[in-house]
Design a binder for this molecule. Structure first.
Ligand code: ADP
Ligand code: MG
Length: 253
């Protein structure tokens, strides 16, 4: 077989093609295609009910696709189980933080540190230097270095969100997916979250669902606008903001 570099498809980190999910005949995601590059921050925006959360559910295997494909580094995800998708390098943060409130910041991060899957692996596990160093490195990134011994329950809402991002980062996912990470955050916390995402992008790719346009402007490399389960517009923030189709959908709401 000959390989024509001119027409060969580019190697995307994530390639979603013809993705459809039907809930009792209603297509929440309808023949959707989009592509994410390595080290890209992609923001997905769109009106309520556009299918944004469902797209993340499909990518992480929580919801099964009716048809279409999701390839991650060339591997087909639609036939994989949730834990296999995590293992393949896809981390997902849900809207409500799932941290252990009665444990400290250190303990929450330590628990998320990837260990050997064998019983022996967990028995042999110690608070060794490697773990401590990694926990401290992540704590610094998520602005919680001075709160390692703080019980998670007394953190602010924003700090809890950062802790959960840290719990994903410690597992070194290649692709991190965040659903409305700055909802309920103060302006100062939003600015710091943008800073955090701009730091982690050096080692990870990120898909973020977000409504806050100032935040989107601060982080997005490219924006995908979803409407009725389809791509309405895609490109730079500037491009989508001035796209008449996007203006119409947003003004119509
Ligand atoms: P968004 O995150 O863009 O606000 P969602 O992806 O949550 O939108 O939902 C898209 C549409 O799909 C909505 O109309 C929602 O009611 C519907 N939907 C989502 N999940 C399910 C489900 N498990 N069963 C039936 N309908 C669903
Ligand atoms: Mg949603």
């Amino acid at each position: 077989m000959t390989f024509d570099t001119e027409t060969a498809p580019k190697d995307f980190l994530l390639a979603v093609e013809g993705l459809t999910v039907s809930f009792d005949g209603f297509k929440a995601v309808n023949d959707l295609s989009f592509y994410v590059d390595e080290n890209e921050i992609r923001v997905i925006i769109g009106p309520n009910g556009a299918g944004k959360t469902t797209v993340l559910d499909l990518i992480c295997g929580r919801t099964r696709a009716t048809s279409g494909s999701i390839r991650f580094r060339g591997k087909e995800l639609t036939t994989m189980k949730e834990h296999q998708i995590v293992h393949a390098g896809v981390g997902r943060k849900f809207q409500n933080p799932s941290i252990y409130e009665d444990l400290t910041v250190f303990e929450n991060l330590e628990l998320s540190f990837p260990r050997g899957k064998t019983v022996w692996g967990s028995l042999a596990f110690r608070r060794d230097r490697e773990v401590i160093d990694r926990v401290e490195e992540i704590a610094e990134m998520i602005f919680l270095k001075d709160h390692l011994d703080t019980e998670a329950a007394i953190l602010s809402h924003g700090q809890k969100q950062w802790l959960e991002i840290g719990m994903l980062l410690i597992q070194k996912p290649d692709l991190l997916m965040l659903d409305e990470p700055v909802a309920g955050m103060s302006v100062a916390e939003r600015v710091k979250t943008a800073e955090l995402l701009n730091t982690i992008i050096k080692q990870h790719s990120v898909i973020v669902i977000e409504h806050d346009m100032k935040f989107v402007e601060d982080i997005a490399h490219r924006v995908t606008v979803l409407h009725q389960g389809k791509v309405l517009s895609e490109g730079s923030m500037d491009h989508v903001q001035h796209d008449p189709k996007v203006v119409e959908v947003y003004l119509g709401h």
